[in-house]
Design a protein around this ligand. Sequence first.
Ligand code: 5GP
Ligand code: MN
Length: 358
Amino acid sequence: MNAEDELLSLPDILSPAELLQMMSLLRESRRIVITAHHGPDGDAVGSALAWGAYLKKIGKKVSICLPSWYPDFLRWMPGSQDIITYYDNASAIRQLLAEADLVCCLDLNNLSRLNQMEEAVAATKAPRILIDHHVEPQTEQFKLVVSRPDMSSTCELVFRIIWQLGGYEHMSRSTAACLYTGIMTDTGNFSYSSNDPLLFLSVSLIMRKNIDKESIYKKIYHSWSQGKFTLWNDTLSQCLSFHASGHASVFTLTREQMKAHKFLRGDAEGLVNEPLKVRGMKLSISLREDTEENVVRVSLRSTAGFHCREMAERFFNGGGHEDAAGGKLPFPIEEARNTAIKAIEAYETQLINKPSPS
Ligand code: 5GP
Ligand code: MN
């Protein structure tokens, strides 16, 4: 196929062997549980809802069970009211997992990303399918692994799978809106992870379902509470420090600060990207006291040739993508700040990137 033809038709995303296995696993299942990573974002929720809607259309009984709640700004997503969380309904979810014929794990590469729900999912007798775009999938835990780290988002991947399975024609506008949301949020509204022209062919097909992309943008990005606005401003002006000659930054967010600004779940999402707006900034580290567990959640973002994933693995008990990674530290916030500063020092040469003497 030449490049022009390719841009007019979506190539198959599943290999013939994967397609056969997917079809046979779906054919043999009636009750299906869908799950996604802890602290679900637009991509996790969007892909779970869209995959769930497809499975319902082909006659399956679907339950969407997430480890913890999604942010308030995703509450409008069609179907989200049917989601249940392990945080609130552990025993009901254990029951659903015990009765399930199939478990689909979306937008995670490792069962550890389910946090407190990990054990329950690992204990299921039903086969598991992984559908994800993170590197290093935990293959041994899954009967079928559909891992595509080159994809912008799990939503793009789910769209391509539904397309290949012939589910596009009957896809609803609501499902298209869920898929668009995940693609939009995982690419920062098409600013990163979105150089593949084929992504825009998928988006074009999603747009044909008559979604209102402007309204989705507003619901996600321009629906801030006053508290969120003041929290962002206060954090950036009072709790942020620059390091490595201005090529790295760290900010902290404590429970106390969050309380003062009437924090709602999701209010800090995206804040870690802000320091990257500074010229020369290559690394932004966010340290946030968790509201549910006694840990500091670490988020890292990098750009301009510095990659933060290795740092997340080495210093923050985590991992992720090359330029968007995270982890957690079981320390008080000040100790966590010291760890972040040590991590920056360990990578100082790369961050400053002085031209090597020739
Ligand atoms: P965020 O900063 O948005 O919470 O996470 C960014 C990315 O980092 C996620 O997509 C995920 O790949 C990775 N990540 C976040 N937290 C953890 C963690 O605790 N462990 C691992 N292995 N990866 C994480
Ligand atoms: Mn994702």
